[in-house]
Design a protein around this ligand. Structure first.
Ligand code: AMP
Length: 396
C-alpha cells in the first residue's frame, strides 16, 4: 500500500505517506505540541490541496504518532495497514551503523542510547511504541541520522582526549543530519551529471540545526557535528563549537551547574543568544536590515563559521568540486549564500548573483566558468527514509 515516515522531534512530529514507489508525498503534515501555553496543532497537506490547520489534543510524541497515523488513513480513506513505517532516529550510537528493522531488542538498545541523546531519541521511541499499538504487525524500520558518519576516518572520529573516555564512555564524533547529507550528496551528483565516486563535496545543512560535512566519492570523511548535535556551526538556539574551557570556568568561578550550562548552550545560544531577537533566521535578518547591531553580528558569526567549515573541509578533501546549500536557511536565504561565498573565489567558488536570487531549487547557482559548483538542494529526509524502508522491506 505504501510507506509512512515519522520524523519525531522534541515538540513536533512530521509525517509523510508515500504510495508504493512514489517520490512525492501524497499525504503529509505535522503535529505540533508547544507545551501548556500554546494549543497543539495538526497540519495536513494533501497533494494539490491547500494546507489544513486544526487544533488537536496531542501533547507528547506518542499521542502525535497515533494522531498522524489516523489522519493519514482518514485522508487515504482506507482501513488497510501500511506496508511499513519508517522512523528517523537521531542517534544510533556505535551499535546501529545502518538502517534496520525494529524489534524488541533494538527498542531496548535504543532505550539505553537515550543516555547519549537525551533530547532526541526518547521522543522517537515513544512514537515507535505508539505506532506498534496503532498498527500491530506492520514492520517498523529505524533510519539513523548517525549512519552516514558511522565510518568516518579515525582521525575525524576520535577526539584528542584521554583514551579511556573513548573506550569507557563511547566518546567520539558521531555526526548528525546524516540522512540529509546523504540525500544531498546523491542529488548533487544527479544535478551535476557526475559519478558520485568522482566528487569532492561540502554539504551545508542549514536549518534550525546546522551542520556541514565533507564527502569524497559519496563517503563522509568529516562533519562539524560531534558527540552531540550541539557541536560545530552556529545554529538557531545552539551555540555550536565553543572553547570547552568556558564550561569549566563558568562552573568553577560562577557556580553554573551542568544543567544550566547544557540548557543555555542548547536553547539560549546561537542566533537567539547573540541577536537577542529570535532563533528564526528570517526574523534576525529583518532586525539586521533595520539596523539592529546584535542581529547583524549574529548573521556575521553565522556566515563566518560556515565559511570556515568550507575552507577546512576543502583542505580535508584535497580540493572542492561543489558546495551544497540545503534546509530552511540554506535553501531560502540568497543573502546568506552570497555572504558565505563572498571571498571564496580562491577555492574556485564564484556565485552567479542572478541565479542565486532567482529562488533556486535543485539548481546550480555558480557562474558558468566557476571551477567549483554551488548547488541549492531541497533536502528530502522523508524520501531518503522511505527509500531505506523500501530497501529493507524488499530484502525481508
Ligand atoms: P528547517 O529546520 O530546515 O525547517 O529551517 C528552519 C530555519 O529556516 C529557520 O531559521 C527559518 O527562519 C529559516 N528559513 C525558512 N525560510 C526562510 C527564508 N525564506 N529566508 C531565510 N530563512 C528562512
Amino acid at each position: 500500500m505504501g510507506i509512512l515516515v515519522l520524523n519525531t522531534g522534541s515538540s513536533s512530529l512530521k509525517f509523510s505517506f508515500f504510495d508504493d514507489q512514489a517520490v512525492e508525498v501524497s499525504v503529509g503534515g505535522e503535529v505540533d505540541w508547544h507545551g501548556q501555553d500554546h494549543p497543539s496543532e495538526l497540519i495536513v497537506r494533501l497533494a494539490g490541496q491547500p494546507e489544513r490547520r486544526t487544533p488537536c489534543d496531542a501533547h507528547e510524541p506518542g499521542d502525535a504518532a497515533g494522531l498522524a497515523i489516523r489522519t493519514v488513513k482518514e485522508a487515504l480513506d482506507t482501513d488497510r495497514k501500511f506496508t511499513a513505517i519508517g522512523h528517523r532516529i537521531v542517534h544510533g550510537g556505535s551499535r546501529f551503523r545502518q538502517s534496520a528493522r525494529i524489534d524488541p531488542s533494538m527498542e531496548a538498545e535504543l532505550g539505553h542510547l537515550a543516555e547519549l541523546a537525551p533530547l532526541h531519541n526518547p521522543p522517537a521511541l515513544k512514537a515507535i511504541e505508539a505506532a506498534e499499538a496503532e498498527e500491530p504487525g506492520v514492520p517498523q524500520v529505524a533510519v539513523f541520522d548517525t549512519s552516514f558518519f558511522a565510518n568516518l576516518p579515525r582521525s575525524a572520529a576520535i577526539y584528542p582526549t584521554p583514551w579511556e573516555w573513548h573506550e569507557k564512555f563511547s566518546i567520539r564524533r558521531y555526526g548528525f543530519h546524516g540522512i540529509s547529507h546523504a540525500y544531498c550528496a546523491g542529488r548533487a551528483a544527479e544535478i551535476l551529471g557526475r559519478d558520485p565516486a568522482d566528487l569532492r563535496l561540502v554539504v551545508c545543512h542549514l536549518g534550525n540545526g546546522c551542520s556541514a560535512s565533507a564527502i569524497r566519492g559519496g563517503v563522509a570523511i568529516d562533519t562539524t557535528m560531534g558527540f552531540t548535535p550541539l557541536a560545530g556551526l552556529m545554529m538557531g538556539t545552539r551555540s555550536g563549537d565553543v572553547d570547552p574551557g568556558i564550561l569549566t570556568y563558568l562552573m568553577e568561578e560562577h557556580g553554573l551547574t551542568a544543567d544550566k550550562i547544557e540548557d543555555a548552550l542548547n536553547h539560549a545560544s546561537g542566533l537567539l543568544g547573540v541577536s537577542g531577537v529570535s532563533a528564526d533566521y528570517r526574523k534576525v535578518e529583518e532586525a539586521a536590515n533595520s539596523g539592529h547591531d546584535r542581529a547583524r553580528l549574529a548573521l556575521e558569526i553565522y556566515a563566518a563559521r560556515i565559511r570556515s567549515a568550507i575552507g577546512a573541509f576543502a583542505a580535508t578533501l584535497g580540493g572542492l568540486d561543489a558546495v551544497v546549500f540545503a534546509a530552511g536557511v540554506g535553501e531560502n536565504s540568497a543573502t546568506l549564500r552570497a555572504s558565505v561565498c563572498d571571498g571564496l573565489d580562491f577555492l574556485g567558488l564564484r556565485l552567479d548573483p542572478a541565479r542565486n536570487a532567482a529562488r533556486p531549487r535543485d539548481l546550480d547557482i555558480a557562474e558558468d566558468d566557476s571551477p567549483a559548483r554551488i548547488l541549492v538542494i531541497h533536502t528530502r529526509e522523508d524520501l531518503m527514509i522511505a527509500r531505506e524502508v523500501r530497501r529493507l522491506v524488499a530484502m525481508a
